[in-house]
Design a protein around this ligand. Structure first.
Ligand SMILES: Cc1ncc(COP(=O)(O)O)c(C=O)c1O
Length: 382
């Protein structure tokens, strides 16, 4: 126990200690966290669908029809007609032959990368990829080669420098902390030239980028072999997915351990996700509103001195030292705005950020309030 106690103390001494905060109201722009009413500026509920009435009704209908738990794993008794309907919907939305639902995006990355990449694979992975990609790579038998963040020249050099039989390039499309977007057209070009597969994680891109919110393949109009995503962000539900051609999906059904060895998602969350896809497929106004809000907030933050130009709802403000980031976040909370300080191990030590996210449900008044308060706190504390 002494070892654990020492490690815990070290975390505290370095301002890296984290505590869970509890919400007692829905995940909306105004919510209640640890008993305090706040304007939420850090949610991944980008389109506000977590608390959408139609989505909630779809889940209520599902619980009445099917009950709560799925009761089995996907290959035994846990797959319902709703799982099939959602997989078909996702495949159509992403213009792919097939899709497969996992229990979350983390398990999708873990299960897909580790199933595909045997010992003959070289995996070329962006240095800022999400932890679930990193862990999927580690769990696979492939040789991992890390390239500099979003640096296609470095990627190409590393691809050229290695001799491999089979290879894959894996990248987030929208990076979860920096909010920037991978240079996917160049990545696809390199992949074609050197006969590599491409795997793109559209967790923060689905329902977000592209006029119809279809994610990176729409945004860049290019072909990606395998797309992973989550239903827990813009889709407002829970679950992960992978899309690709029919054989990729069939193979994963048979070999992906996180798909096979876990109880299927509840019909309740699946039904909610179906309803979310229906909403965004019938009408892209929420997506356009989100994109407009991103532009508005970036413009306002530039006017108070921050060099931000995000095309995604993730707008990081670099603070650096962990204690400064904590203080900044605390001062904003005192003003009624919730933007957590993101610290190691999510970002590098000494590179703490305030990770602002914007939602379609924010209006200009909310965003102006945030810009003014950030300016005030900056002038007081920095
Ligand atoms: C880029 C990225 N991939 C995957 C995940 C995991 O998705 P989930 O929360 O559904 O496990 C996340 C965030 O949670 C993410 O940011």
């Amino acid at each position: 126990m002494l070892d654990i106690n020492n490690k815990l103390q070290e975390i505290k001494d370095n301002n890296l200690y984290r505590e869970i905060r509890y919400l007692s109201k829905p995940q909306d722009k105004i919510t209640v966290i640890d008993g305090k009413k706040v304007l939420l500026m850090s949610s991944n509920n980008y389109l506000g669908l977590c608390n959408n009435n139609k989505v909630k009704q779809a889940s209520i209908d599902a619980i009445n029809k099917y009950g709560l738990g799925s009761g089995g794993s996907r290959l035994t008794t846990g797959s319902y007609d709703l799982h099939k309907e959602l997989e078909e919907k996702i495949a159509k939305f992403k213009n792919c032959e097939g899709a497969l639902i996992f229990n979350n995006g983390y398990m999708a990355n873990l299960g897909v990368i580790s199933a595909i990449c045997d010992e003959e694979y070289y995996i070329f992975s962006d240095e800022l990829n999400h932890a679930s990609i990193i862990d999927g790579c580690k769990l696979s038998k492939g040789k991992i080669v890390i390239y500099k963040h979003n640096d296609v020249n470095d990627l190409k050099e590393k691809v050229k420098a290695n001799k491999f039989k089979k290879g894959i390039i894996v990248t987030d499309s929208v990076f979860s902390m920096d909010g920037d977007i991978a240079n996917i057209p160049e990545i696809v070009k390199i992949a074609k030239e050197y006969n590599l597969l491409t795997l793109v994680d559209d967790a923060h891109a689905t329902g977000v980028i592209g006029k119809l919110g279809k994610g990176s393949s729409e945004y860049f109009n290019c072909d990606i072999d395998i797309t992973v995503g989550t239903l827990s962000k813009a889709i407002g539900s829970e679950g992960g997915f992978v899309c690709g051609n029919k054989n990729v999906i069939d193979f994963l059904k048979n070999r992906s351990r996180s798909f096979i060895f876990s109880t299927a998602l509840s019909p309740v969350v699946i039904s909610g996700a179906i309803s979310s896809f229906d909403i965004i497929q019938n009408d892209n106004s929420l997506i356009l509103k989100l994109q407009n809000n991103i532009e508005y907030l970036c413009r306002g933050l530039r006017l108070i001195g921050y060099e931000v130009d995000s095309k995604s709802p993730i707008i990081p403000i670099m603070i650096g030292e962990e204690d400064k980031a904590l203080k900044f976040s605390k001062s904003l909370l005192d003003e009624g705005i919730y933007i957590p300080a993101i610290r190691y191990p999510t970002v590098k030590k000494g590179y703490a950020i305030l990770r602002i996210t914007v939602m379609a449900t924010h209006d200009y008044e909310d965003l102006d309030f945030v810009i003014n308060k950030i300016n005030e706190v900056k002038n007081k504390t920095m």
